[in-house]
Design a protein around this ligand. Sequence first.
Ligand code: AMP
Ligand code: MN
Ligand code: MN
Ligand code: MN
Length: 302
Amino acid sequence: MLNNPDPAAVRAAGQPDPWRINVDLHCHSHFSDGVLAPAALVQRAHANGVQVLALTDHDEVAGLAEAADSAQALGMGFIAGVEISVTWGGTTIHVVGLRIDPAHAALVDGLASIRDGREGRARAMATSLAAVGIPGAYEGAAAYAGNPALISRTHFARFLVEAGHCESVQTVFGKYLVEGKPGHAPHRWATLTDALSWIQQAGGVAVLAHPGRYRLDQVALWALLEEFREAGGAAIEVITGSHTRDQYRRFAQLALEFDLRASRGSDFHSPQESRVDLGELPPLPDSVVPLWHDWADVMKHN
Ligand code: AMP
Ligand code: MN
Ligand code: MN
Ligand code: MN
């Protein structure tokens, strides 16, 4: 591999250390299924010591301008991002796009087409819940959606907790809203090819989000990583709020094997619901190549 930094040499030379800068490249505002406004999210990240933050709302870029303004006012680094819903091999995966131009037409149109599908899906989810004696779920979920164009399973989960059907948002996903359970509606998201193409056309780089979360066997996971890299994917999330410590190690190893860079992000949604707060994650292991090691706009915040 060419031009990959050596942590020992970087530290011996006293250069800015890409393994130690506190970057958080995955989180959500109320423009998707987070609960905080972009400005409040940025302030919280700054208070937690985050040096560079990316806002990555699901299928939506509407919160980026507010977040960028807030970050600039605080002197904190900011990266425009998005988390795109993809259907691959019959399963849902998420691809994070970073350093995107949020106004690029191909990306804007692609994301709008994904959001358009969410309304009908939400109606079908509500119908399925009504069939097991839970009425009013569409209206209940919609009341939690900060962005009427983006109604997600998280909003249904909040409604199910409020209505007394579950103790917490996390436990909802064991009983409802997943395949084989009430409230699940099958859905086709974007293709992997389209998602990567939109990100690349918008000048961004693609990161495979929380790869440990997908229920894929070893063969399918390898096929996904291979296809992702062949399509121009740049990195996988190694350190994420969705991974266990064993998964940190496993995906660090896979990043090396597939010659992909590594990313780090909390996937923070809410102070009440999220296990990991903004920026409060271990650093990337020295064995991987940080996605941002040669990004001057990030490294200047070190
Ligand atoms: P959707 O894009 O509408 O399918 O909603 C997906 C969102 O649901 C994810 O981004 C998470 O925020 C949330 N979610 C999915 N599975 C879980 C889980 N097991 N625990 C907590 N939140 C989950
Ligand atoms: Mn989410
Ligand atoms: Mn995700
Ligand atoms: Mn996410």
